[in-house]
Design a protein around this ligand. Structure first.
Ligand SMILES: [Zn+2]
Length: 234
C-alpha cells in the first residue's frame, strides 16, 4: 500500500478544511485503516447542526452545478440529503446508534456453526459517495453465548451505514462479532456491487466484489467448504 506516498493537496478555495480533487488518489480505492478515519471532534456538532450545515453546503453544490434551487422539485433536496446523511445512510458513524447486543445462554448446547445468510447490505463507497449494494453472510460458533438473529443483521447495517470500503466493512463486522460473542470463531463474507464501478468509471455492470474474513475455526478448509455450501444452497 502506498498511502504514505500521497500528499493531500488543497485547492485554493478549500480554506484548508476540504481537500480539492486529488488526481493522485483519483479512482484508486485505497484502504488506510481498520478504524473509520474520524476527527477527534467528530461529535462536537449536534445532529441538528450537522444537518443544517450539510444542507447549506449541498445547496452550494447544486447551485454550482447550475441547478435552479427555486424549482419545486429541487428546493427541498438539500434538506432531504442532509437528513438522509445524518439520520440514515451515515448514521453508523455515531456510536450512539450502535445496536445493543443482548446475549443468551446457549441452552440447546448447539455447538456447530450458525450462519445468517443473505443479509441485505446497503452501504456507500467512501471514495465516490455512491451506493454499494449487496449481501452479507455472517457465521459464528458459540463459545457459550448466543446472540439474537436479528442482531446480526443490525450489526451489519450499523457498520454499512458509513462511508465505507468493502474490505474495512468486512473486518469491522468481524471484529464486532468477535468482541460481542467472545470468540475468534466468526466468518463474514460480503458480495456486493459498487455503483462507482457499474455506473461510472469502467462502467462494468456485471462485476461484483467479494471479501471475506475467516477467524479461528473458520480458517479450516473443511469449515470454509461447509460454510460456502450453506451460503450457496438457496
Ligand atoms: Zn468508489
Amino acid at each position: 500500500m502506498k498511502t504514505q506516498d500521497i500528499t493531500m493537496k488543497s485547492t485554493p478555495q478549500s480554506n484548508g478544511v476540504l481537500n480539492g480533487y486529488n488526481k493522485e488518489i483519483g479512482d484508486n480505492h485505497l484502504l488506510t485503516s481498520l478504524e473509520t478515519p474520524m476527527k477527534s471532534d467528530a461529535f462536537a456538532l449536534s445532529d441538528e447542526e450537522k444537518k443544517y450545515r450539510i444542507a447549506e453546503h449541498f445547496t452550494q453544490i447544486m447551485d454550482i452545478l447550475g441547478l435552479d434551487l427555486n424549482d419545486d422539485s429541487l428546493n427541498g433536496t438539500p434538506d432531504r440529503v442532509a437528513k438522509m446523511y445524518v439520520e440514515e445512510i451515515f448514521s453508523g458513524l455515531d456510536p450512539k446508534n450502535k445496536p445493543k447486543a443482548t446475549l443468551f445462554d446457549n441452552k440447546y448446547q448447539y455447538n456447530q456453526m450458525l450462519v445468517e445468510k443473505n443479509i441485505t447490505l446497503f452501504s456507500n463507497c467512501e471514495h465516490h459517495f455512491v451506493p454499494i449494494i449487496g449481501k452479507a453472510h455472517v457465521a459464528y460458533i458459540s463459545s457459550g453465548k448466543v446472540i439474537g438473529l436479528s442482531k446480526l443483521n443490525r450489526i451489519v447495517q450499523y457498520y454499512a451505514k458509513r462511508p465505507q470500503v468493502q474490505e474495512r466493512l468486512t473486518n469491522q463486522i468481524a471484529n464486532e462479532l468477535k468482541q460481542i460473542l467472545n470468540t475468534e470463531d466468526v466468518a463474514v463474507i460480503i458480495d456486493a456491487k459498487h455503483l462507482c464501478v457499474s455506473s461510472r468509471g469502467v462502467e462494468d455492470n456485471n462485476s461484483a466484489t467479494v471479501t471475506s474474513y475467516y477467524g479461528g475455526k473458520f480458517k479450516n478448509a473443511e469449515k470454509i467448504r461447509e460454510l460456502q455450501s450453506y451460503i450457496h444452497n438457496d
